[in-house]
Design a protein around this ligand. Structure first.
Ligand SMILES: Cc1cc2nc3c(=O)[nH]c(=O)nc-3n(C[C@H](O)[C@H](O)[C@H](O)COP(=O)(O)OP(=O)(O)OC[C@H]3O[C@@H](n4cnc5c(N)ncnc54)[C@H](O)[C@@H]3O)c2cc1C
Length: 516
């Protein structure tokens, strides 16, 4: 079938849906995009300041690094108006992380990875202005804008490419009938030749086990937004990340509505441990956890630990940056030993739906190419009930994707940081003086000090003692109750799949997913 006669429906307008929609429309396909919100880029894509990854962020995943290197230039050329070039982008190797553990990569491994990038410049730690680091590298790596400028740019691109947009349309059901796929929100229905699920792998999910036994976890993620009070502000923004483990990261948060002169720059502070609230098997559970977050929790638990840890490496942060607010969203991740983070595109054959499991924003080009190969049925492989592109990401990275986390490795996809409250301030143990303070606090806590921190440590250590004795835990602080993982509940999912009649139908409540 010719592109001009082919109707493609795309569910979700974040980086993936928006880019694929425009790309297919430019190739002549008749594209309709559906978004459940009244505006675009309100999911993960519009919430966090993101780097356009050159690759060093993934020192343990050669597949992700290769993929970043291949798509970096493509992204910068396709969306120059959305790329923020930096004054400097620091990748540093930390001595000890928030669990008082060394970095997951050795200095030799880290140097070798950074030297893969010809823009890499090593800075002497003593002259860098940072501390408690083993190595400091400056690598050219920009970031992408978020917020209103991102939305405005894409709306213009949609117009140019003649893409149809349907807002306030939550797709709740898809149905295959003959060679067509019907998409509906329960009240209205649209019919397509092909449908792409670009909901960030959060809605309308397939029911069959994924190829290579891929397991997806959902993480409620936070970012703390700060204002840089430096006056006048530096000409271009900067980024600073400490690697590799439970370390902090500062990224530009450019949500200005235009790129005229900025009087005060915004940044987001995230942390490998403290801004990820946990790991859940369904998006609904992760969303529920995220919705329990309030300013009090941020102020009492997240902010102090993140700030203390960033100050541990960069003392100027505390003096120069002023907390403004926080943002949050749920991110789907594929669970692998090497922390593979590229996008995977595959088609569920019975339903016909092409699903994108997102990775880096620069992976939009791979997702576009692979979705197109699936639409055109060109060079396609099959595993079980799934089709995927030959030499596409799933095919070429299958060795890494197959490798599940070892029980001994501290894998990001298994993070449950707020279950383990007493270790909240562990990283301070790296500093001798702080170690003494910690010891003092413990003594105070045992003496029933009135400080909040001491109270928490006290009640949790009590609960642990009780657990050991097999008696019910007395720990019932409202915070702890809110943060303990909810029991896995039955999910509102009805699926009817009849191979015999080659018909597939699924009905699901929004955000729910079924893990087999
Ligand atoms: C803290 C954090 C930091 C990150 N840092 C980086 C980084 O530095 N660099 C990088 O490249 N990537 C980074 N990422 C990852 C990247 O941001 C995401 O992978 C990417 O934005 C996902 O885009 P998406 O289009 O798949 O999803 P989204 O942006 O979430 O878009 C999905 C859209 O689908 C809509 N939708 C959902 N369900 C339905 C439905 N049933 N019907 C209709 N519409 C629906 C949603 O409203 C949403 O608008 C980061 C992610 C997080 C959480």
């Amino acid at each position: 079938m010719k592109a001009e006669q082919t109707k493609v429906g795309i569910i979700g307008i974040g980086w993936y849906g928006a880019h694929i929609g425009i790309a297919l429309s430019k190739k002549g396909y008749f594209v309709t995009l559906f978004e459940k919100n009244s505006d675009i880029f309100n999911g993960v894509s519009g919430k966090f300041g993101v780097r356009v990854h050159a690759g060093p962020h993934y020192p343990r995943s050669p597949a992700t690094r290769k993929n970043c290197q291949e798509s970096y230039e493509e992204f910068c050329q396709a969306y120059p108006q959305l790329v923020n070039h930096h004054e400097y982008s620091i990748y540093a190797l930390g001595e000890r992380d928030a669990d008082d553990k060394p970095s997951k990569v050795t200095p030799e491994q880290f140097r070798a990875v950074c030297k893969e990038f010809n823009t890499c410049r090593e800075i002497e730690v003593d002259k860098s202005g940072y501390k408690n680091l083993l190595m400091v590298m400056d690598i050219e790596e920009p970031s992408a804008v978020v917020g209103e400028r991102l939305r405005k740019t894409f709306k213009e691109l949609f117009k140019e490419a003649k893409v149809n947009i349907v807002y306030n349309f939550t797709v709740t059901k898809t149905k295959k009938a003959d060679n067509q796929i019907i998409v509906t929100n329960g009240r209205q229905a649209y019919q397509f030749d092909h449908v792409i699920n670009a909901t960030g792998y959060q809605s309308i999910l397939p029911i069959d086990r994924l190829p290579f036994d891929m397991e997806i976890v959902y993480q409620p993620c936070l970012a703390l937004v700060y204002i840089d009070t430096l006056s006048p502000p530096i000409k271009k923004p900067f980024s600073f990340i400490v690697m590799d483990g439970w370390f902090p990261c500062i990224m530009p948060y450019d949500d200005a509505s235009d790129n005229s002169v900025i009087s005060q720059r915004k940044y987001i502070l995230t942390h490998g441990k403290w801004t990820i609230l946990g790991s859940y098997p369904t998006s609904a559970q992760a969303q529920e956890k995220l919705s329990s977050v309030d300013e009090k929790f941020i102020q009492e638990k997240v902010k102090p630990s993140c700030e203390a840890h960033i100050n541990h490496f960069w003392l100027e942060f505390g003096k120069r940056f002023k907390y403004a607010t926080w943002v949050g969203a749920v991110l789907a991740k594929i669970k692998t030993e090497k922390e593979f983070r590229s996008a995977v595109t595959l088609q569920h054959k019975p339903s016909g739906i092409i699903h994108v499991i997102p990775g880096k924003i620069s992976n939009i080009f791979d997702a576009e190419r692979e979705a197109l190969a699936l639409i055109r049925k060109e060079k396609i492989l099959q595993m079980g009930n799934y089709l995927y592109a030959e030499r596409g990401t799933l095919h070429s990275a299958s060795a890494e994707i197959k490798e599940k986390p070892k029980s001994s490795s501290r894998n990001t996809c298994e993070l449950q940081p707020y279950r383990d409250l007493p270790s909240l301030f562990n990283f301070r143990g790296a500093d001798l003086e702080q170690k003494k303070k910690k010891k003092k606090r413990k003594v105070q806590s045992e003496a029933k000090s009135v400080s909040i921190f001491a109270k928490d440590v006290e009640s949790i250590s009590k609960s642990r003692r009780c657990e050991k004795q097999d008696s019910p835990s007395p720990l019932s602080s409202p915070l702890q109750a809110r943060l303990d993982p909810a029991p896995v509940r039955e999910i509102g999912f009805i699926a009817e799949y009849s191979r015999k009649h080659a018909r597939y139908e699924q009905v699901l409540s929004e955000g729910d997913a079924l893990r087999l």
